[in-house]
Design a protein around this ligand. Structure first.
Ligand code: FES
Length: 116
């Protein structure tokens, strides 16, 4: 298996998230945020904001964006693209699928997102 191998990883029950909500998931020393958008789509990102590491599971989900709870940056949940200032890298996002009522994300084995 290469250093960039990824695996579908169970995150939570799909019905644990109402539309426009988020939850924190910690796995193997890493932290993620799982979102359900207003479009009923599910999304997964690194848990920590790329600006100053606030946890995005505490952010406000609106439509298909999340607003960071610390300084208000908004990120597109599908692309991870940052909207507005302050400047920082885009958010790392992961492919998501629903399987047997569970939310799964395709997470690289060497994903560097640390838990905090
Ligand atoms: S920590 Fe998220 S915008 Fe600053």
């Amino acid at each position: 298996m290469s250093a960039h191998a990824a695996a579908w990883t169970d995150l939570c029950a799909a019905d644990a998230l109402r539309p426009e909500t988020a939850r924190r998931v910690d796995l193997g020393g890493r932290t993620y945020a799982v979102f359900r958008g207003l479009d009923d789509g599910y999304y997964c990102s690194d848990g920590l904001c790329p600006h100053e590491a606030a946890h995005l599971a505490r952010g406000t989900v609106s439509g298909t964006r999340v607003e960071c709870p610390r300084h208000g940056l908004r990120f597109d949940l599908a692309s991870g693209r940052r909207r507005g200032l302050p400047a920082c890298p885009d958010l790392m996002v992961y492919p998501v699928r629903l399987r047997h009522g569970r939310v799964e994300a395709l997470i690289p084995k060497d994903d560097p997102a640390p838990a905090q």
